[in-house]
Write a protein that binds this ligand. Structure first.
Ligand SMILES: NC(=O)c1ccc[n+]([C@@H]2O[C@H](COP(=O)([O-])OP(=O)(O)OC[C@H]3O[C@@H](n4cnc5c(N)ncnc54)[C@H](OP(=O)(O)O)[C@@H]3O)[C@@H](O)[C@H]2O)c1
Length: 454
């Protein structure tokens, strides 16, 4: 195991308190990180390390493991937009590192700061282009349209090699998302039936019960299409629709996902945009905002495998329950017609949140004297078998970065193609309908597409 230094830009923010520090302390306790690991937390506030950890404890929604973090964290006060400030950071890192040290630079800051920070990291000599011991990590939003996404990519390539760049869509770190390829390709029963002759439709659903949680500035510029569909939902769709990759190494998997994205078509007659009642009263939301907090549409993947199969994508806030899942529904059997019984279609549930798992809906005879039939679900709950030791997405992502594994990170061309698709949908954007509850939206979807959403 190489020694490790994680430098966090924006270390006083929400992402660091809720995700990064908990993931790092858990990995350290599980001996997944070397004992000599150091976390250099950068921020403008005048803190000692002790004061910083105390402050972050107050910010975090769940208790931080301060005992472990005290062994790892060094707080360094710094104005990251000031080039001169980088020399003291370099000196600090040089004191901690040796020639083999793995260096992770986590930009937990808003994208408006990326150009200055990337420039300063490069010009100051903190990071050298092509040094694969040094990785640059950042999170969505990767731009807000195709043009800005291209600009960000071009800007980053001025300073870093693509091999050094890790773009996080944390959904890809979730256990069940990683499991999609395993379920599809490691099970003969699915391998044989994964095509348009047996699959009737696919539903990709991400429902949230909460509103915008004070993130007005970001959310009102973004909306459900840019915030959720461009990243999480299209990633899920690609994993469901892709062909078998040549190998399971990162580039081969991404090459197949890219093919899906470049064959993706959207049915503009199916588009429903909604805004929850009360959105306009949220703090800092303009009174005339037309930002959508709900989106539904039908899309097609025009590959030989999936041509003609509708993919229903839906995501929204203030809905009936928090739930992320994919439902693959299969065609009726040819025998189905012979029975005068209300048979269900077979369905594969891929459950991502709140609990990860797989479910399979089959028809089965009701026990007893009658010949009645009922749908039964065979269910496997992953979390129930992890004995309280479920890995959080960020733990997996950090370990993969340390090990240079890029499969769970988005490549530049995936991002550009997904924005191309979203920009096209945006051309059909109209004023959102105001909704009070999910039942209204479900009815609207049924009237429009005859499809029953979960
Ligand atoms: N929070 C999440 O769950 C989440 C999820 C997905 C993606 N992201 C992305 O991750 C990034 C960070 O998100 P966040 O929620 O942690 O943001 P945040 O809570 O607003 O924190 C950002 C940090 O950046 C620093 N900062 C802000 N303006 C600065 C400036 N002008 N100069 C120097 N430092 C500045 C601040 O630190 P100091 O004031 O201490 O210097 C602040 O703590 C964003 O790009 C966000 O879109 C976040």
């Amino acid at each position: 195991m190489k020694d490790l230094i994680i430098v966090i830009f924006g270390s006083t923010g929400d992402l660091t308190s809720r995700k990064l520090l908990p993931a790092i302390s858990r990995l350290y306790k599980k001996n997944q990180l070397t004992k000599a690991t150091k976390v250099i937390a950068l921020g403008r506030k005048d803190f000692t390390t002790e004061q910083y950890l105390e402050y972050m404890s107050g910010q975090a929604s769940k208790q931080l493991d301060i005992k472990t973090l005290s062994k790892l964290v060094l707080y360094h006060q710094m104005e990251i937009t000031n080039l001169d400030a980088y020399q003291s950071l370099i000196e600090l890192i040089n004191k901690e590192k040796n020639e083999q040290t793995r260096e992770l630079y986590y930009l937990a800051i808003g994208p408006e700061l990326f150009p200055d920070v990337s420039n300063h990291m490069s010009i100051s000599g903190l990071v050298s282009i092509g040094n694969l011991n040094q990785s640059i990590i950042f999170e969505k939003p990767f731009g807000h349209d195709l043009f800005s996404a291209k600009e960000i990519n071009q800007m980053l390539w001025n300073y870093f090699d693509e091999k050094q760049i890790y773009r996080i869509d944390h959904y890809l770190g979730k256990e069940m998302i990683q499991n999609i390829m395993m379920v599809r390709f490691a099970n003969r029963i699915f391998e044989e039936i994964w095509h348009n002759r047996t699959i009737k439709n696919v539903k990709i659903i991400v429902k949230e019960t909460e509103g915008i949680l004070g993130r007005a500035g970001y959310y009102d510029q973004s909306g459900a299409l840019r915030d959720m569909v461009q990243s999480h939902l299209l990633q899920m769709l690609s994993l469901i629709a892709m062909e078998v990759p040549l190998t399971y190494f990162s580039d081969d998997v991404k090459d197949e996902k890219i093919k899906v994205m470049s064959h993706l078509h959207f049915d503009h007659n199916s588009l429903i945009l909604g805004q929850y009642d009360g959105y306009l009263e949220e703090k800092n939301i303009p009174k005339d905002s037309q930002t959508e907090t709900f989106v539904f549409f039908k899309a097609y993947v025009n590959t030989p495998r999936f041509k003609g199969v509708p993919f229903y994508l839906m995501s929204g806030k203030k809905l009936d329950q928090k739930e992320s899942l994919i439902i693959v529904e299969f065609e009726e059997t040819s025998e189905q017609r012979k029975w005068d019984l209300p048979l269900s279609t077979n369905k594969l549930y891929i459950k991502i949140a709140p609990t990860d798992g797989v479910g399979l809906v089959l028809n089965s005879k009701v026990p007893g004297l009658t010949g009645d039939v009922e749908p039964v679900e065979l269910e496997y709950c992953i979390a129930c078998h992890a004995f309280g030791n479920m890995t959080e997405a960020y733990e997996k992502l950090i370990i993969d970065i340390v090990g240079h594994h890029k499969t769970l990170f988005t490549r530049w061309d995936e991002i550009e193609l997904s924005w191309h698709f979203i920009d096209h949908i945006k051309k059909y954007q109209t004023a959102p309908i105001i909704y009070n509850d999910y039942e209204e939206l479900k009815k609207m979807i049924k009237d429009l597409t005859h499809e029953e959403m979960k």
